[in-house]
Design a binder for this molecule. Structure first.
Ligand SMILES: NC(=O)CC[C@H](N)C(=O)O
Length: 263
């Protein structure tokens, strides 16, 4: 099987596209960074790729709200080709700002008759927050999270609070297995408020999948944990023994899962 080709979407203000492309390459994919203007000129470019990733950053300076401008471009100009892309069995990943973009595109199936089931809004404390968090996965059909239970990753965002509309919407998302990542305490149990839940997200949600399991949006940054030595406690882990400083970081597992899906 040839390596899957991944389109990493560049836009003005994106700042994680290089390392996200590198993550896919390390996992065995061929990754190409493509500017959104190239895709708007020629949406048929998508046909050359098996996966699309919208990376983190500050697309269009977070103007209006994070992800809104790029989300509108995608929703208004690329909706049909992207729905075909997803329905052809291809993969879509949105990391942090990319998740904010996906929420605004309709690709995550987040609407019912009453409007959006959930959205991403400002962190409860109203500030930008950058820290490592503990997250538990309940993958269900989500391709990217296969085999993952607990994982540590960094977050870095101001508008990362997954706010669910109401109790009925929460029930829809929960019963549909759509909340595939949740913040936990260090012991894997319920988080004890802030900072274990770093933004006040409803139900401690950190990532959502669509109804097919082939689209994932998450606030933590898996591409910032590709090497074991990116973990903030790696020297302590090394001193404690049994730690391979040349090993992979756990974030790489998501990208390997994406590549393995095409194997
Ligand atoms: N790391 C990111 O992608 C940041 C996302 C967005 N700019 C925010 O602050 O919420």
């Amino acid at each position: 099987m040839p390596s899957p080709r991944v389109l990493v979407l560049r836009s003005p203000g994106a700042n994680c596209d290089e390392e996200t492309a590198e993550a896919f390459r390390l996992a065995g994919a061929v990754a190409e960074r493509v500017h959104v203007n190239r895709l708007l000129e020629n949406p048929a470019l998508l046909e050359d790729f098996q996966a699309l990733c919208v990376p983190g950053g500050f697309s269009y300076g977070d103007d209006i709200s994070a992800g809104r401008v790029l989300g509108n471009q995608v929703r208004l100009k690329l909706s049909d080709p992207l729905k075909r892309f997803r329905d052809d069995g291809k993969l879509v990943l949105g990391v942090c700002n990319g998740f904010q973009v996906l929420v605004k595109t309709g690709l995550l199936d987040l609407d019912d008759d009453a409007g959006p089931l959930a959205t991403l809004t400002w962190n409860d404390h109203g500030r930008y927050e950058a820290r490592w968090v503990h997250v538990k996965a309940t993958p269900g059909d989500c391709v990217f999270l296969k085999g993952i239970e607990q994982i540590e990753m960094p977050i870095a965002h101001a508008e990362g609070n997954i706010a669910v509309r109401d109790a009925a919407a929460l029930d829809t998302l929960t019963s549909g297995g759509r909340i595939v990542l949740r913040y936990t305490g260090a012991d894997g149990g319920e988080p004890n408020g802030f900072p274990e839940n770093p933004n006040g997200a409803t139900a401690n949600a950190a990532g959502l999948t669509d109804s097919t399991g082939r689209v994932l949006g998450l606030m933590p940054h898996p591409e910032r944990f590709l090497f074991a030595t990116q973990h903030p406690q790696w020297t302590r882990k090394k001193a404690a023994g049994g730690f391979d400083p040349h090993g992979d970081g756990d974030g790489l597992r998501l990208f390997r899962n994406a590549v393995a899906y095409f194997g």
